[in-house]
Design a protein around this ligand. Structure first.
Ligand SMILES: [Fe+2]
Ligand SMILES: [Fe+2]
Length: 306
């Protein structure tokens, strides 16, 4: 398993650091192109829409994709700040790196707010997006810290996979979208490494009973994420109908919902929990019995099940 250091994470974070204004500039989205790579979008899984309609679907899906990052950053930022306090004064490298991590997530939330504004301008109406982020953040922060950190680790490793394997070399993709998620990827690389360090630290001091609680909480958190993805998939259809200026038939609606939800489950759950770096961490902090329990719980959410 790789080893990471807080000091190195902080130095890299300072080197790649960017400002929201520099990322957003005055650039606009190109409505003739797709805004989300096909692996993260339902478009290639749907037969009900024309090519032009699929392009528009990718626009509303990208607005939701950006929103969901801001949504999870609502709980990641405060948790990193509270973890940083464990190191105050005695371990400045860890304290500084984690405080900076929290500050970057605050910046990302503001970045994604601006992205959503720019998306709304480009498509001509405000996208319907899942709400309640503050209430959800409160619930997540009350869960076992190890569970929350494993969920966060899966999320931050998939930001790496998404950019490198889907955004980076997609020539047909809108360049502004690629530019935004490239910058997010640059800073998230350090977050994923610090999640790893913090997850090991959290599990290191847990009793076997607390570890069982962590596993149960993780299963509950992933189920909650899946519930949110289902809600957003329904809103994506509503957004698409408004964008197209027509109602879809019931059969088309079902087809689009199935494709969009499948893509969101891959993007927000499967690509994280099957990421090799997440799996190595997960195996390091769990027993084979706990691993089996999680695998059983996730079975219905992974590709081969649907
Ligand atoms: Fe972020
Ligand atoms: Fe992050």
């Amino acid at each position: 398993m790789p080893t990471y250091s807080y000091e190195e994470c902080l130095q890299t974070a300072y080197r790649v650091n960017w400002r929201i204004g520099d990322v957003m500039g005055t650039q606009q989205f190109d409505r003739t192109r797709r805004w989300l790579p096909s692996a993260l979008s339902g478009v290639d899984r749907i037969s009900a829409l024309t090519a032009e309609e699929k392009t528009k679907l990718s626009h509303v899906e990208m607005g939701a994709y950006a929103h969901l990052f801001g949504y999870v950053e609502e709980f990641i930022a405060p948790r990193m700040l509270s973890l940083a306090q464990d190191f105050a004064i005695d371990n400045r490298a860890a304290f500084d790196a984690l405080v900076n991590f929290a500050a970057e997530e605050v910046k990302h939330m503001n970045l994604f707010r601006e992205v959503r504004g720019r998306v709304d301008e480009a498509i001509g109406f405000p996208l319907a997006l899942i709400g309640n982020e503050k209430a959800v953040a409160r619930v997540v922060l009350e869960k076992n810290t190890g569970a929350m950190l494993l969920l966060t680790s899966a999320i931050e490793w998939f930001t790496q996979l998404h950019y490198l394997s889907t955004f980076k070399d997609d020539e047909g993709l809108d360049p502004f979208t690629k530019h935004i998620f490239r910058h997010h990827w640059l800073e998230e690389a350090q977050h994923a490494k610090m999640d790893h360090l913090e997850t090991l630290r959290a599990f290191d001091t847990m009793t076997p009973t607390e570890k069982d609680t962590a596993i149960d909480d993780l299963i509950g958190l992933v189920a909650a994420v899946d519930g949110l993805l289902g809600q957003q998939a329904a809103l994506d259809i509503q957004n698409l109908e408004r964008y197209l200026g027509r109602a879809l038939s019931e059969a088309q609606r079902l087809d689009v919902h199935r494709g969009v939800l499948r893509a969101k489950r891959y993007a927000f759950i499967e690509s994280g929990v099957t990421h090799p770096n997440f799996m190595a961490l997960f195996e390091a902090v769990t027993t084979p019995a706990q691993q089996g329990k999680v695998q059983d719980a996730f079975k219905g959410l992974l590709s081969e099940a649907t």
